[in-house]
Design a protein around this ligand. Structure first.
Ligand code: LRH
Ligand code: MN
Length: 434
């Protein structure tokens, strides 16, 4: 949770005044929670030490209004340029203090002058996280279409074009101090027989090896699997197993990225996290939530218990491999009906809350119950942590880092969106995620 940058989008004194009005209640609630946790033998100082550096990256594409194939209903004042998106990201960071990085998507984010943009993001107290390539859409003037795939396409020209785009993303990312490339491809088929399922993966691996070879030292390549859409019969990187096999065959810099919405209903995602963590291939996350498909809803909005169980596995992975466990935590949501800043403030706190609950699990009691196959005993240990309101703890750390006691209430009070609606050009209606 970072301190004040040179150019804050919001006047810091407004946050200080807001917090003064809330200080008494914050202290009371925090004292009550710390007393309750102390009684349960939870070492609050250790929990806060773990929680304080926790941070997330915002998706540049999540700062604008999202949509579906059926339509998009932009809110006046939402950002359309990279500069407007970074200003809004700085508002989320200044109020919430959990999101000091932004993940860019090329070519959605047009970067005219990377050196100037790097300075701009620094002045806003932010940085750039993984960059994302895009070979799931055709760009105007593009030589070869991705209609029949990209990195796994039958056409060598198409594969070469897709490889070149990914390497361009790495080179641009280097200029922006990013340290990772996320590769999600929509490649797949809609009809049985359309593709050789084996050859399609081999073509993908051949292309991915060329991208991997272009990675600078210290960089990582995140392979993002997804079980369907836009392909509706078979997806080349359709599950964690294929992603794990691909990352293992590429090398140490390649790891698997888990987007929570990319799994069939009923999938035990926390077990996938445990497996990838156990074998050192858990590179990162795209946090969101879904009820049906890849709905890209706000994290924890539908299934907050699953989010808690994912962090419970992350804490166990961290305990099993202290120091070598460093997944990239990113949000990937589509804000179709809410103000993106409010959704990102809410989601970031929800995700940090899931981590905080996982940190207060009584691991010793859990191990004891597990050792004696005491099913209900073990379950109740997790349930007790899950049912703990950690809000006062998060608020104390947030305010301590210069954030707002009640970020969304202050955001609304300050009228940022209305002010931006007067100065920003409207983004037209349309369809699709951006
Ligand atoms: C694919 C995905 C991927 C991004 C896109 C915006 O569904 O999750 O991470 O490239 O959304
Ligand atoms: Mn994603």
């Amino acid at each position: 949770m970072a301190k004040n940058p040179p150019s804050n989008p919001l006047p810091p004194d407004t946050i200080a005044r807001h917090n003064q009005d809330h200080q008494h209640v914050l202290d009371e609630d925090y004292q009550a929670l710390s007393r309750a946790l102390m009684r349960r033998g939870v070492d609050l100082a250790a929990v806060e030490k773990k929680l304080a550096p926790f941070s997330l990256a915002l998706p540049s594409w999540g700062l604008g209004t999202g949509g579906t194939r059926f339509g998009r209903f932009p809110i006046a004042g939402t950002p359309t340029t990279i500069h407007e998106k970074l200003a809004d990201a700085a508002v989320v960071q200044q109020l919430g203090r959990l999101t000091p990085r932004v993940s860019l998507h090329f070519p959605w984010d047009r970067v005219e002058d990377p050196v100037a943009l790097r300075q701009e993001v620094h002045d806003l107290g932010l940085g750039f996280d993984a960059v994302n390539s895009n070979t799931f859409q055709d760009q105007p003037g593009q030589a070869h279409s991705y209609r029949h795939g990209s990195l796994s396409a039958v056409s060598a020209e198409v594969r070469q074009q897709a490889v070149a785009h990914n390497i361009d993303c790495i080179r641009l990312g280097e200029k922006l101090d990013s340290k990772a490339l996320t590769v999600w491809i929509g490649d797949g088929s809609n009809f049985p027989g359309q593709h050789s399922l084996g050859d399609a993966l081999d073509r993908y691996l051949d292309s991915a090896r060329k991208i991997y070879a272009a990675l600078p030292d210290g960089w990582r390549m995140f392979i993002e699997h997804k079980f369907y859409e836009p392909a509706f019969y078979a997806t080349v990187i359709g599950d964690w197993g294929t992603s794990y096999l691909a990352a293992s065959s590429l090398g140490a810099k390649a790891q698997c990225l888990v987007d929570l919405g990319h799994h069939a209903q009923g999938t035990n995602i926390e077990q996938i996290v445990a497996r990838l963590g156990r074998f050192g291939k858990l590179g990162g996350f795209h946090f969101n939530d879904s009820k049906y498909g890849d709905d890209d809803l706000d994290a924890g909005a539908i299934n907050p218990h699953q989010l808690f169980l994912v962090f419970n596995e992350l804490v166990e992975c961290e305990l099993a491999a202290p120091g070598s466990f460093d997944p990239a935590y990113m949000i990937d949501q589509s804000h179709n009906l809410t103000d993106p800043i409010e959704s990102l403030l809410s989601s970031a706190e929800t995700i940090a809350g899931a981590y905080a609950r996982a940190l207060i699990v009584d691991r010793a009691a859990l191990a004891e119950f597990r050792a004696h196959d005491d099913v209900m005993g073990a379950f109740r240990v997790l349930r007790r942590a899950y049912e703990t309101d950690v809000g006062p703890l998060l608020a104390r750390l947030r305010v301590g880092a210069g954030g707002a006691a009640d970020p969304i209430a202050l955001y609304r009070q300050l009228g940022w969106r209305a002010a931006k609606a007067k100065e920003r050009k409207p983004s037209g209606p349309g369809a699709g995620i951006v």
